[in-house]
Design a protein around this ligand. Structure first.
Ligand SMILES: Nc1ncnc2c1ncn2[C@@H]1O[C@H](COP(=O)(O)OP(=O)(O)OP(=O)(O)O)[C@@H](O)[C@H]1O
Ligand SMILES: Nc1ccn([C@@H]2O[C@H](COP(=O)(O)O)[C@@H](O)[C@H]2O)c(=O)n1
Length: 228
């Protein structure tokens, strides 16, 4: 008797700038899976809070407004989308203003509960399987994921990669300080902090090219699938 094939769920977590988005999108595209960028969701709600005059340093004010914005993520790895109340916010959520505020907003339990519900619903809706990337996917959002990966890289390597992206608009030192500050806030919060799940495979990408990281994750997923 044949058994129904369970959709593969890949959880990819790690600190800022370790290559989660680039790797997750490419792995999803190669394996024909959906893709969800949960960081974009926290950025989207932060963008909404800032635009609506909410004091993001006041957790009670943020909690009070946590249910107001309608956040919708498109999960096609070839063209991921993110909208707030029907508006495309893929550009605005990447501004420095949002980056500086997102850790405070994402630390509020009411915000996290709302985002986690949306993230789990997206995973259930992805009948063919999904790659979900973030900070707490393996530990909290999808603890039963088929494969869990925790990407790391030195702060120096991550800052150099990000500075390359920003084309020298910000110094490497300032970029590194920002990454380290955000990681400390994300790791130190009470509710589902950035953490490696006990059963996650850690991949240090410092000395690896993006292509090597993608290949490594694809192999890990295929090995796991073959063993199911
Ligand atoms: N192994 C690698 N070698 C060199 N550059 C890389 C590697 N992995 C990712 N990059 C580059 O580093 C930058 C950051 O990657 P990416 O946005 O995927 O990281 P991230 O972990 O999703 O970051 P964040 O948490 O801030 O969203 C991008 O410019 C990407 O092209
Ligand atoms: N699962 C997650 C994902 C993200 N966050 C918060 O969002 C910030 C932005 O994430 P990026 O991946 O776009 O850099 C991140 O610094 C966290 O504060 C989260 O809490 N949980």
């Amino acid at each position: 008797m044949s058994h129904p094939v369970e959709p593969v769920i890949v959880a990819i977590d790690g600190p800022s700038g370790t290559g989660k988005s680039s790797t997750s999108r490419a792995v999803a595209a190669k394996l024909g899976l959906s893709y969800l960028d949960t960081g974009a969701m926290y950025r989207a709600i932060t963008w909404w809070m800032l635009g609506n005059g909410v004091d993001v340093a006041d957790p009670d004010a943020v909690a009070d407004q946590a249910g107001k914005a309608a956040i919708v993520s498109g999960t096609d790895p070839a063209a991921p989308t993110i909208t707030v109340d029907g508006m495309d916010v893929s550009g605005p959520i990447r501004t420095q203003q949002v980056t500086a505020a997102v850790s405070a907003v994402s630390a509020v339990p009411e915000v996290r509960q709302r985002m986690v519900d949306l993230q789990r619903a997206a995973a259930v809706a992805a009948a063919g399987g999904i790659v979900v990337e973030g900070r707490d996917i393996g530990t909290t959002v999808l603890p039963d994921a088929t494969v869990k990966i925790f990407l790391t890289a030195s702060a120096e390597a991550r800052a150099a990669r990000r500075s390359g992206e920003l084309k020298g608009a910000v110094t490497v030192a300032a970029t590194q300080a920002d990454l380290v500050r955000r990681d400390a806030a994300d790791s130190g919060r009470k509710t589902s902090p950035l953490a490696k799940a006990a059963d996650a495979v850690e991949v240090d990408t410092t000395q690896l090219t993006l292509e090597q990281v993608i290949e490594c994750v694809v192999t890990l997923v295929e090995e796991k699938r073959a063993a199911l």
